[in-house]
Design a protein around this ligand. Structure first.
Ligand code: API
Length: 282
């Protein structure tokens, strides 16, 4: 039997393993079994905490000088570069295990080293420079009256953000099946459907739903919230720098931070370890 933790951040939930020496190396089939909500533990994804030195050479290079590496897998067993909600829950687990000082933590990921800080009972993570990309794929979704052009956003993982007319149209979307993109994105893409809610003071507000690559509709997606904020800010003319993003599972905040290599996104929100157990799946 192998010990695991179950955690969540704004309803994006994860199975978590602490595997310092990288001995578990779960197969895609085991990830699917762990994330299955009937036959397994259940989760939108799996997070494995491994010492960067124990990761394969490619990941070790990406993880640089960070002591711990966040190895993220989607519920379908596919590997993703980054998980914005997950890195907060990852930090919470390291804190509870006494494995790291999380007041100011560097985490290795397949999208490079990320900086995480404990704030106001949750965590704030610098997800790195966010890039708006060319090409406006046409997006079709069940319940969306007409196909709409989407904005491609790179948050270390790929996203397409689509503006939705209003809350009623957002609620009417059926995201049991993945939105269809034209042209399609090789390897799949995370799709955020967003209703701008206006700007209050220096804070923009949006409401969104998300269909995640490799997991389906989730209650929240951290990198997706960043993508949605950056796309909406672009459509609004490049301001403001602070965004409140309401997702079905709660609220996260996105702050734009101009750094030498571009506009970074700080993603802030809660993180909770809900329970612990042992599994026979591994
Ligand atoms: N499904 C995403 C990874 C999980 C991202 C999401 N859970 C987040 O909080 O960023 C992908 O394949 O890129």
């Amino acid at each position: 039997m192998v010990a695991f933790a179950k955690g969540q951040g704004t309803g994006n939930d994860f199975v978590l393993l602490v595997d310092p020496a990288g001995e578990l190396s779960p197969t895609p089939e085991q990830v699917v079994a762990l994330c299955d909500r009937r036959f397994g533990i259940g989760g939108d994804g799996l997070i494995v905490a491994t010492r960067t030195e124990a990761m394969p050479e490619h990941e070790r290079a990406l993880g640089g000088g960070a002591e711990w590496f966040m190895d993220y897998r989607n519920a379908d067993g596919s590997v993703a570069e980054m998980c914005g909600n997950g890195i907060r829950v990852f930090a919470r687990l390291l804190e509870q295990e006494g494995l790291a000082d999380v007041t100011d933590l560097q985490v290795g990921t397949r999208a490079g080293i990320k900086h995480v800080r404990a704030v106001d009972g949750g965590f704030s993570a610098d997800l790195g420079a966010v890039r708006l990309e060319d090409g406006e794929p046409l997006v079709r979704a069940a319940g969306l009256p007409v196909a709409r052009p989407g904005q491609r956003v790179d948050v270390g993982n790929p996203h397409v953000v689509v503006a939705i007319a209003d809350d009623a149209e957002l609620a009417a979307l059926d995201l049991h099946t993945a939105p269809e993109l034209e042209p399609a994105t090789p390897g799949g893409v995370n799709v955020e459907l967003v209703v701008p809610q206006g700007i209050a003071g220096d804070e923009g507000r949006i409401r969104m739903r998300v269909h995640e690559r490799g997991s389906g509709e989730t209650l929240s997606c951290g990198t997706g919230a960043v993508a949605a904020a950056f796309a909406t800010r672009h459509w609004a003319g490049g301001a403001p720098n602070r965004w409140r993003v309401e997702v079905p599972g709660g609220v996260v905040h996105v702050d734009v931070d101009q750094q030498a290599d571009g506009e970074h996104a700080w993603l802030t929100g809660p993180a909770e370890i809900v329970y612990r157990g042992e599994t026979a799946i591994l």
